[in-house]
Every structure is written in structure tokens, then in C-alpha cells.
Design a protein around this ligand. Structure first.
Ligand code: ADP
Length: 727
């Protein structure tokens, strides 16, 4: 007997899709729903997964479809829903697009699958074969394993393993495929904080005790013990609330096993490590464990912001100035800014830590919006290296060479003392340009207006924007001349070649995303550098971050001018930050280090301030320049990028947007203009740039604009709030 259900409640369900708003459904009798519950409901012809965004009573005036089912998993927290709504409004995106960042695999909502493993039984079966013996030996040596693992170890088929189990030689054990994380112990072994650290830690403890949202900028030179200070904060948060969850954001590249090991030692439990290298199984595990409030300390790259924390009590953003916190494709967002939003929604403190804070965060600290906590001194004897310039106009290396005489001399001295050298150049590959000596033809990427970079190891020409690659040709594709192609400018491979030629006895290695393309490779190189097995390391910005090379005492910056030019308002700041980071790699132990910057422009503010060790002077000058121009944080920027396969269509739509901008005081629109890379992968791009005064609600204004515009099929429109890329 079935009876028609009486419908009383109505659920608004948000789907993880680009839809403008949640849709209403009837809640069938007997189904208990909470806001935040994960459900399935019919959408078009299909059943789709979504989240209950709101509940209300149903007056029955509309014939609503019913919710189909509800997952037996904790609902998203109210704070999470608030975060999604706020971010969507701020980023001028439909909330479903943000929700898509939150909901990863559906499997995370189901209990962990179990896996079958085999361990040695107490007794040996009567009938043993040679193959079975090998399996038994494998179990005794390696411990329990799955049939496939044991079979591989023993060099037999999995059938032998299961056969042995049937015969009583192995016992079957079932365990979750996604094992839970152990709770962290706040009282694990730590250092005794020095007075400046203790002051900083006390301030943060008071923020945690106060409860509620607060932001702080932890500004401390490299090696001043910031990490130990935020370890103390994490421990304190865990002691205050035994169910507390803590999120530590790090730039992707810093997420190494070395970092995990430091957390494991301090908190005596494995932290959840969330980054783009993790396979789907580990992601499923972490998502479920975070959602169930069992993963308590999460260390992650920017997308960890979207994990479904239930009780987030503290957020740390380490290296808060790092430009990689800005996600530049797909959903454009600045993870440091959204971390502050996430903390506010969770009524929890957030700590932004850096040795070279961004101008944005310094301005917030100065204006009193963030607490300002400083660690001016290094721990122990280590001191910041001496920084000096080498004027390339005076000490010009020979044609085709990149290391000046003073730098080579300094390298010789350093190597002579048995110490290590880091040569820094933020350019991958061998040479940034290949051209024909005969006809002047430059090797260009076919899909974008960019030159191809030569890579010697692979003997290929590669486009760093699109990934296009081709073998290096023997003759000029334009004029056909043989052996006329020549490499122009330096990349790390070329500098390494020169270093090897100058110091044939030295062990030279390259650290770039090409030689360290996996976490494993990166770690192996860093290990070898730490063990002193490398004399000269030639590295891109990967080498600039976070490592502790105790025997490294000389940094040579091959081209300190790179990055000072160009239309990006943050270029000066970024160059400065990178140089400080690179310089901070030297002399971290008890040996003093020095940094030599090769430059054509030693008087440039950024370079001069670095030599003077006067960060505040540099920041002051940059800040005043930004204020005068009304650039962030003294004004707001947004880019609107219109792309189409047909350039005239891109032009037409971009002009249409420009014509239809709503009127407003305090807002200025530039463009449409063709960006430097006007065409990428066959899509022609046009850009409008909007600048608004600080007190203008730029997002609200952009929403009004967006709603004015009819979508045009085959044209993509991307809104980028606070763009970082101006190419
Ligand atoms: P930062 O994060 O500011 O670069 P860390 O916290 O990593 O600095 O500290 C730098 C080094 O000094 C690390 O090796 C750390 O273990 C050590 N250290 C930090 N604080 C102390 C302390 N109070 N006593 C002894 N060693 C410390």
C-alpha cells in the first residue's frame, strides 16, 4: 500500500554547476533535511548531486519536483555556505561555480571502501608449493598486503595468494582503504621560544582566546622562527578546543615531505597534505576526513580553502606575499584574500606570515585592520647576508657569457672554502629566443604571440605559455640556411653550462620545474644540496623558496633587472620579494653569507633598498607610487577578458561590453585592448580594465554590468577581480 506523500517543506538546492541560483524542491514526507545536507535531486532528465542551501515551508502553489535522496554524511557548515555565497558575490561568479570547487568526488560522501589484505596464519597448510613458500616469505618479510601486492613481491599470480588463504596459510583482514588520520598532540616536542617569539606567540594566543574573527600579519625576516610561532598557535588552538581544525596554506612548491615531517614531529601525527600531485584516492580520503572533522591539521595549496571544514578554528597563510596564491585560470581568485574571508565566515583568527609581506597586507596592518606582529631578528647566529651589486655596465661579461668577473671570483673563493653557491635566474631552459643569423627569422609559437624557448637537454623548442614543443630544427624554416640558428639570451641551462666550463671540478646541477617536475625529483635535488653533494646550484624561483641550505654562503643573481619592467604594477614588489627570499637562502647557519646582484640599474629603488637592507624604505616608495596611481590596495582593479575564435567577434563583443557599462562615480574603464598575448590556443583575447576607488562596491557594479549583457554563444567572458597578470 502506498499513499501520496503530503509535502510540507521546501528545499532550495544549489548544484555545482554554472547556474544562476539554487532551485526549489519539495521535501518528501519522512525525509529529514538540514541546511547544508548533500542530496540528489532531478535536474532536467538526470539526477544530480547538490547541497541544501535553504529550507522553508511550501505553500503548495507550485508543482515542485521532490528531493530524491539524502547522503548519510555531515552537512556543509553554515560558515561554508556563507563563504561560498560571499566569494561568489565578490568574484562575480554564480555560486554553483564556487560550490564546484568544494564538492570533489562523490565517493567522499560514502563510507570508505574496504580493502582485503592477507597476513600470515598461525599454522602452515599441509600442501605447500614453491610458489606458496614465496608468498609466505613475502608476508613474513613485508607484513600484510593485498593479493596483488603480495603476488608482485613473490613473483607469482594473485591466484596463488588467494589459494594459499583458502588452504589456511593466510588470514584475511579487511580494513578501510582510506585510513583515518590520527588526532594531533598539541604537546609534542617543540623548541623553547626566544623572547621575541614568545611575545608574538602571546599575541596570537590572545587572539585565539578572544574567539571570533581577527587577522594578523606576522612579519619576520627569514629564519626568525615564524614557523615555530605558528606551531605554538596551532598547539594553543588544539588545547582550547579538542575538536579544532586548522588550515595551513603554503605555496604549492613548498609542500614537500620535509614540511610534513616537521609537522609530524611537532604534533606526533600525520597532517593531511592537500596539493595538486595527490592522486584521486588520497583526495577522496582527505575530503571525507575533513568533512567528518577527523583530519584536524590540513596543510595545503590554495585549493585547500574549499575543503569542507566543520570546525575551522585557525588559518595560517605562510609566505602570504607569494604570487602563486593567485589562481590565474579557470576560477580566478586570490587564495590569501579568500583565506581572510573564510576565517571571517568561521569566526576564527587568520595569520598571514611572510618575510616580505605584500603591500596589500602591510597597508591593512598600518590601517589597523590587521594586527601587526613583528619578528625583526634571526634565531641564533645566522644573519641576513651582505648584499652588493655588480654593475654590468662596468663588468660586462664576454659575448655569449653571463657571469661577470667579480661574480666568478667570488664563486672561486666560496668553492675554495668548500662552501656552496646558488646562481639564481628566473628563466627556464637554455635560451629564451632562437633566431636565424642569416635572415633574422625568430622561432615563434604557432598558437600565440610568443617566442619559443630552447631546451638543450631535450633538444627541443618549447612554448612556456601553451606547452607547444618541436625538435630544434637544423635549418632555418624561413630561408633554409643550414646551421644558421643561434641562441639568444640566457636560461638556467646555459648558465649551468658556463659554470661547468669555468669550474670543471665542481658538481653543477639545475633546479627548475623542468629538472624537478615531480615532488620526488625536487626533493631528491634538495636533499643532495643539503648533504653538500652539489657545489653550484643553478635555479629558477623554485630555488628561492623555503629551503635551508646550511653550507650555502654565496648567492649570485644573474639578472636582477628581470621583472622590473613591464606593465604589471606589482613587478617592483615581486622582484624585491624574490631577491630577499633568494638572499635569505645564504648563511642560515653560523657562516655569514653574501648575495651579489648583477644589474644594469644599481640605482633602481628596489635594488638600492635591497643593498641598504632597508625594506621599509622600498615599501614606502612602492606604496606611495601605488597610492598616487590609485592602484591596489588604494583602489580596486578588475579585468574583463573576452575571447573568441573569430577575432572580429571578440572585437564586437568587447566593444559592446564597453558601450554598455553602467554609469558610476569613481570608476574608470580602459580598453578594450589587445593583451600582449592576444591569441592563445586559437582564442583571440580582448581585455577591458576597470579601476575603482576603494570605497566603491566594485563587485556590485560588475554584477549590474554582467546582468546587462546577453551571453553570446562561442564567446567566453572571464571576470578577474584583482588581476595579477597583465599579459
Ligand atoms: P622562519 O619560518 O621564520 O623561516 P623557522 O621557524 O623555520 O623560521 O626557524 C628557523 C630555524 O630556527 C629552524 O631550524 C628552527 O627549528 C630554528 N628555531 C626557531 N625557533 C627556535 C628557538 N626558539 N630555539 C631554537 N631553534 C629555533
Amino acid at each position: 500500500m502506498s499513499r501520496a506523500p503530503t509535502l510540507k517543506a521546501k528545499a532550495s538546492i544549489l548544484f555545482p554547476m554554472p547556474l544562476p541560483e539554487p532551485f526549489d524542491y519539495a521535501v518528501p514526507d519522512g525525509m529529514e533535511l538540514r541546511v547544508g545536507d548533500h542530496v540528489r535531486a532531478p535536474l532536467g532528465q538526470r539526477s544530480s548531486r547538490g547541497v541544501v542551501w535553504a529550507l522553508s515551508s511550501d505553500d503548495g502553489s507550485r508543482n515542485l519536483k521532490s528531493v530524491e535522496s539524502v547522503y548519510d554524511a555531515p552537512p556543509l557548515s553554515e560558515a561554508m555556505i556563507e563563504f561560498v555565497n560571499w566569494s561568489a558575490r565578490y568574484l562575480v561568479q554564480w555560486p554553483g561555480i564556487i560550490l564546484r570547487m568544494v564538492l570533489r568526488s562523490e565517493d567522499s560522501l560514502l563510507p570508505s571502501p574496504t580493502e582485503l589484505r592477507f597476513e600470515a596464519a598461525a599454522e602452515r597448510p599441509t600442501r605447500m608449493t614453491e610458489a606458496r613458500e614465496r608468498v609466505l616469505r613475502a608476508v613474513l618479510e613485508q607484513g600484510p598486503g593485498s593479493a596483488a601486492e603480495l603476488a608482485r613481491l613473490a613473483g607469482v599470480t594473485p591466484g596463488v595468494v588467494t589459494g594459499l588463504a583458502k588452504a589456511g596459510g593466510l588470514t584475511r583482514i579487511e580494513r578501510p582503504a582510506d585510513p583515518p588520520f590520527d588526532p594531533p598532540d598539541p604537546d609534542g616536542p617543540g623548541v623553547a621560544l626566544v623572547p621575541q617569539q614568545q611575545d608574538a606567540a602571546d599575541q596570537i594566543r590572545r587572539m585565539i582566546n578572544a574567539g571570533g574573527f581577527q587577522a594578523a600579519l606576522l612579519d619576520g625576516v627569514t629564519g626568525s622562527g615564524k614557523t615555530e610561532v605558528y606551531f605554538d598557535a596551532i598547539a594553543h588552538a588544539l588545547r582550547q578546543d579538542s575538536d579544532a581544525q586548522i588550515l595551513v596554506l603554503l605555496p604549492e612548491i613548498a609542500l614537500t615531505r620535509a614540511v610534513t615531517a616537521r609537522f609530524m614531529e611537532r604534533f606526533r601525527a600525520e597532517p593531511a597534505l592537500w596539493h595538486s600531485d595527490q592522486g584521486p584516492k588520497e583526495r577522496r580520503r582527505i575530503w571525507r576526513e575533513v568533512n567528518e572533522n577527523r583530519a584536524r591539521i590540513v596543510i595545503g595549496a590554495r585549493s585547500a580553502l574549499f575543503l569542507p571544514f566543520q570546525n575551522l578554528r585557525l588559518i595560517i597563510v605562510d609566505e602570504e606575499h607569494d604570487a602563486t596564491y593567485k589562481q590565474g585560470d579557470g576560477l580566478h581568485y586570490q587564495a590569501r584574500d579568500l583565506a581572510v574571508v573564510r576565517a571571517r565566515a568561521s569566526r576564527a583568527p587568520v595569520i598571514l606570515a611572510s618575510a616580505t609581506p605584500s603591500i596589500e597586507s602591510l597597508a591593512n596592518a598600518r590601517a589597523g585592520r590587521y594586527a601587526y606582529i613583528q619578528l625583526p631578528d634571526r634565531i641564533g647566529k645566522a644573519v641576513l647576508p651582505d648584499v652588493a651589486t655588480i654593475d654590468l655596465r662596468e663588468h660586462r661579461p664576454q659575448r655569449g657569457l653571463w657571469l661577470s668577473d667579480p661574480l666568478v671570483e667570488a664563486m672561486a673563493e666560496t668553492l675554495g672554502r668548500g662552501e656552496q653557491v646558488l646562481l639564481y635566474l628566473n628563466r627556464r631552459g637554455y635560451a629564451p629566443l632562437v633566431l636565424c643569423r642569416d635572415c633574422g627569422h625568430r622561432m615563434k609559437s604557432p598558437e600565440v604571440d610568443a617566442y619559443l624557448t630552447e631546451h638543450r637537454y631535450t633538444r627541443r623548442l618549447i612554448c612556456h605559455l601553451t606547452g607547444f614543443s618541436m625538435p630544434r630544427p637544423d635549418k632555418c624554416p624561413e630561408c633554409g640556411a643550414i646551421d644558421s640558428l643561434t641562441s639568444v639570451g640566457p636560461g638556467v641551462e646555459r648558465v649551468a653550462e658556463e659554470a661547468k666550463a669555468r669550474f670543471p671540478e665542481a658538481k653543477v646541477e639545475i633546479l627548475s620545474s623542468d629538472t624537478a617536475h615531480s615532488a620526488e625529483k625536487l626533493l631528491a635535488l634538495i636533499d643532495r644540496m643539503e648533504r653538500g653533494e652539489i657545489d653550484i646550484l643553478v635555479g629558477t624561483q623554485i630555488a628561492a623558496k623555503g629551503h635551508n641550505f646550511l653550507n650555502l654562503t654565496l648567492i649570485g643573481v644573474v639578472d636582477a633587472d628581470l621583472g622590473l619592467a613591464g606593465g604589471d604594477p606589482r613587478a617592483g614588489e615581486r622582484t624585491y620579494q624574490t631577491l630577499v627570499q633568494v638572499a635569505g637562502r645564504a648563511g642560515r647557519a653560523d657562516r655569514p653569507g653574501r648575495a651579489l646582484l648583477q644589474t644594469h640599474d644599481p640605482e633602481h629603488d628596489a635594488i638600492a633598498a635591497l643593498v641598504a637592507g632597508d625594506r621599509d624604505r622600498f615599501m614606502e616608495a612602492e606604496t606611495m607610487a601605488r597610492e598616487a596611481l590609485g592602484l591596489p590596495p588604494y583602489g580596486r582593479l578588475a579585468a574583463i577578458i573576452i575571447s573568441a575564435k573569430d577575432p572580429s567577434q571578440a572585437d564586437a563583443v568587447a566593444k559592446d561590453w564597453a558601450r554598455n557599462a553602467p554609469d558610476a562615480d569613481g570608476i574608470k574603464i580602459w580598453g578594450p585592448a589587445e593583451p600582449r598575448y592576444g591569441m592563445v590556443r586559437g582564442w583571440h583575447r580582448r581585455r577591458l580594465l576597470v579601476r575603482a576607488d576603494r570605497d566603491v562596491d566594485l563587485s556590485a557594479w560588475l554584477w549590474a554590468w554582467k546582468k546587462n549583457m546577453k551571453p553570446v554563444s562561442s564567446v567566453r567572458v572571464t571576470i578577474d577581480i584583482e588581476p595579477y597578470s597583465f599579459v
